[in-house]
Design a protein around this ligand. Structure first.
Ligand code: PAF
Length: 281
């Protein structure tokens, strides 16, 4: 496995692979990898000859009040995990190379970023699309793999790729969960024992929603009421930011739940903001 830290080095490696006719798969990450990331790497490996994993804690997607400084980092551990999952190149750019002092060009997806997460994190997606566009320009992948855990991120990035005409196959891989159902996330490490115990309330709420829909309920209001009750009873201090029922690729709210509906939610549990989502039928 090769580690590359400079943009020039990464560009040269990509050009060489392209000359050899090798397809490049990219898994962009912010490091502190867990089984969910490793599943993305394995998925990329199936779709491409060579898998590049980028590790970059992207300051542009954190608001000043968010956890950029304390975001967990573990480069050595990440390297070991990437190797075990079959990654071929780890690209670890320096912050100053991605965002030089006079940096002033951003990529913005206009409408989709104002919904759901965008309401409480208005600058977040601009940071995500900018860094991912930059990674695409440097690495020139044939395939890029993202996780369904960050549902809105996947929708926004797909829109960006379409609008800007990136010739890249876009794959969204399923969410990987802990044994009790909590969606894997690097931020889960922030929890103490009680917080971790209660964090599973998002999954319980989604599971309840799925059972209701399977039982014939298709009214989002009824399902939302029940989900809120499940969250409250499992985590009395939880603050629900939103519970939404939206059409998969447009993020438009639905009046009736159907196969194309995604239920997504954001909940603050013991001061950690968690997101999760599920298709209900
Ligand atoms: O999903 C993430 O970890 C990040 O948002 C991404 C896509 C690596 C961009 O920084």
């Amino acid at each position: 496995m090769q580690t590359i830290r400079s943009i020039k080095g990464m560009q040269a490696a990509s050009r060489k692979l392209a000359r050899q006719g090798k397809g490049i798969g990219l898994v962009p990450t912010m490091g502190y990898l867990h089984e969910g990331h490793l599943a993305l790497i394995r998925r990329a490996k199936k779709a491409a000859d060579v898998v590049v994993v980028s590790i970059f804690v992207n300051p542009a997607q954190f608001a000043p009040n968010e956890d950029f400084k304390r975001y967990p980092r573990d480069e050595k551990g990440d390297m070991r995990k990437i190797k075990s999952a079959g990654g071929d190149i780890v690209f670890i750019p320096r912050t100053n190379d991605i965002y030089p002092d006079d940096f002033q060009t951003y990529v913005t997806v206009e409408k989709l970023t104002k919904k759901l997460e965008g309401k409480s994190r208005p600058t977040h997606f601009r940071g995500v699309t900018t860094v991912v566009a930059k990674l695409f320009n440097i690495i020139r992948p044939d395939v890029a793999v993202f996780g369904m855990k960050d549902y809105q991120q996947a929708v926004v990035l797909r829109q960006m790729m379409r609008d800007l005409g990136y010739p890249i196959k876009f794959i969204v891989a399923p969410t990987v969960r802990e044994k009790d159902g909590l969606a894997m996330s690097s931020r889960n490490r922030y929890f103490d024992d009680i917080g971790r115990w209660e964090a599973v309330c998002l999954y319980y709420a989604l599971r309840t929603a799925r059972e209701m829909v399977k039982g014939g309920v298709d009214d989002p209001k009824l399902v939302k009421r029940e989900m809120t009750a499940v969250i409250r009873s499992n985590c009395p201090s939880a603050q629900v930011d939103y519970i939404a029922f939206t059409e998969f690729w447009t993020l438009t709210s639905v009046r009736k739940i159907d196969r194309n509906t995604v239920c997504s939610l954001a909940v603050r549990v013991h001061d950690v903001r968690l997101i999760d989502n599920m298709r209900l039928c």
